[in-house]
Design a protein around this ligand. Sequence first.
Ligand code: NAD
Length: 297
Amino acid sequence: MNISVIGAGQMGNGIAHVFAQGGHQVTLIDIAQASLDKAIATIAKNLDRQVAKGTLTAAGKDAALMRITTSTSTADGVKDAELVVEAATENVELKLKIFKEIDAHAPAGCILATNTSSISITKIAAATARPAQVIGMHFMNPVPVMKLVEVIRGYNTTDAVTKAVMDLGRAIGKVPVEVHDYAGFVANRILMPMINEAIETLFQGVGGVEEIDTVMKLGMAHPMGPLQLADFIGLDTCLAILRVLHDGFGQPKYAPCPLLVQMVTAGKLGVKSGEGFYSYTAGSKESKVAPAFAVAS
Ligand code: NAD
């Protein structure tokens, strides 16, 4: 299948990786050539890791890399696509603009999927002339490792399109789960309030970064504490998702913690910027947030 992936950030490179490894021809598209270069280097490094573990042959790695081409033009990059998976920045206006452009240039039968964490599939679909063929295909981070794909039906998405995407998910070794289109779907409607509450707990000085994460790791058997997970997801993405939940349901419980807003404004985005609740140097983490952030410490 010809698959175009739009956005070559942390999710886009993983999505391109799993489709290419699954035997599909992938065109990876980004506005920034630097993002494309970094994505190809990341995919090669992650495939190397699979070879080192013995879960992929060296020939398999080379074949997967050969199946990926890159483009800085959406119009050109989707013109032969049978499926487009959009994984650009979590911003509703940007996604509506991208979907208008994809719709204008992708073949008529092409399915248009979005990896959005929270934005309404129905709203994105309404920006196109083919809402029946628009669907959410929400991969988890890191994509090559995580089994879940949340498949979100928009108001107009057909059974046939849903089945095609569920089947494709299974064929690349994932476990697709079908859900309906309300803000945050299932995954982030439950996860983001927990992350926001962890940040609020830090903000109020109830516990430090390590203490909060350790309580949740050892007490609730979570593999990673909520603050480390927030860094991993990207604090800008967490903030964007909370705003979608807040707007979508109009309930104060979804209002983002002021500390999260401050950190994003200050450019502290987590792993991708090198600093969030922890600082990151060459893959290691150390506790970072100063107690001065906490109002009641
Ligand atoms: P990111 O910031 O790492 O990457 C976004 C990429 O989109 C960047 O490379 C940027 O250059 C590119 N981009 C921006 N505008 C573009 C355009 N007009 N055309 C093409 N490319 C464009 O973000 P990410 O974490 O990879 O998130 C991408 C999407 O995946 C978001 O919708 C996010 O909500 C969703 N998502 C994120 C996670 C996560 O853990 N980070 C998990 C699941 C889903």
